[in-house]
Write a protein that binds this ligand. Sequence first.
Ligand code: SF4
Length: 125
Amino acid sequence: MGAHLIFGAGLTASENDEAVRRTFLGQAHIAGTGPAGKTCRECRFWHKWKWGEEGERVACAPGYRNGHIKPAWCTRPILNKARRLVPAKAAACRLFEPSENVPPATKDLQALAQTPDPDSQTWVA
Ligand code: SF4
């Protein structure tokens, strides 16, 4: 977020903008306002959805691409929040709640070959 802003003589960057610049569209609040060092990947609201056997939505891990975890949704219910995928590395916001099932940021590709379905683990939202 903020990369589209054109800074010039009338609009200058400031240290105060740093948190907003680090915030991704789709986050529930400003990045970095949560617990120090925590990321969205460690938050219980960060996940994707899949369809359960009875047609219900079930939270699940986003899976991996080239060994790195894919982005996922911030599902914290916020009115008019942008529906954009949030990268795992996004700094946690003040609405962070720790997840009981934090997926690893990277996947051991050899272990991945032995695990046919990395999305099979179900997350409790
Ligand atoms: S820390 Fe949690 S609530 Fe905040 S933006 Fe990330 S996933 Fe959403």
